[in-house]
Design a protein around this ligand. Sequence first.
Ligand code: DGL
Length: 266
Amino acid sequence: MSDNKPIVFFDSGVGGLPYLKLALDKLPKELFIYVADRKNYPYGDKTAAHIRQLVIDSIGCIINCFDPKLIVVACNTASVVALAALRKTYSIPFIGVVPAIKPAASLSENGKVGVLATEATLKNEYIAQLIRDYAQDCQVVLIPANDLRDLVEERFFSVSEDEKRAIVRRAVAHVRAADVDAVVLACTHFLHVENEFRQMLNSSVHLIDSRAGVINQLKRVLGMHNIQAVKKQGTDTFYLTAASTLEAHYKKYCRQFKLEYSGVLK
Ligand code: DGL
């Protein structure tokens, strides 16, 4: 059996694009639709209950619009807060993003791990459980960086390189102060400034994200359900859930990631 229906990648904004990029490389026969939940951005400053409801509603619209065969929730905040509820509410398979605390703890040599994420992710019990399960013998430092997320979402192409680097440097200063030697990028938006992090951090510091694990899991789940596509039918496309004055900025992201910009989801 095969299935040429699209796979949706979903995030509050553009954070999931680096995850989608890897999926495009590894699964060239699949058709992808990317949905940025602009209507509800940002998630990370809201309460868990609020995020959960917003995500359930947005995913409901996406399922009605595109009838996807699978949805990748390429957002740590939405995954830790809403993945279980999504699986209870809808019958299609979901893949979420798990903050990579487990690999970070095993790579760390000094036993100190930093987790960079939104406030909602860091406050969630799911993170506490990951730490209890996989990093009990480590000192785990939680570092919120909402300003970095906003930079990537709204000003990435308009700020000067100096300003961009100054914002990344603020996050890096927390990492240095905590003396960690493994850093988890646990907000998908931060992958857009991965190079800046690498340039500023000492080369002995491990910078870890969950892209490879998520795309491997995507391949596994497609195989398990026997729903791989035979041939890409259509164009990989980007949608927003609400109109934005930042249209030109989103179009630049689409050019960078080779997606067709389709505006607001109907
Ligand atoms: N990209 C999202 C994440 O991975 C967060 C963005 C937001 O706060 O809306 O957590």
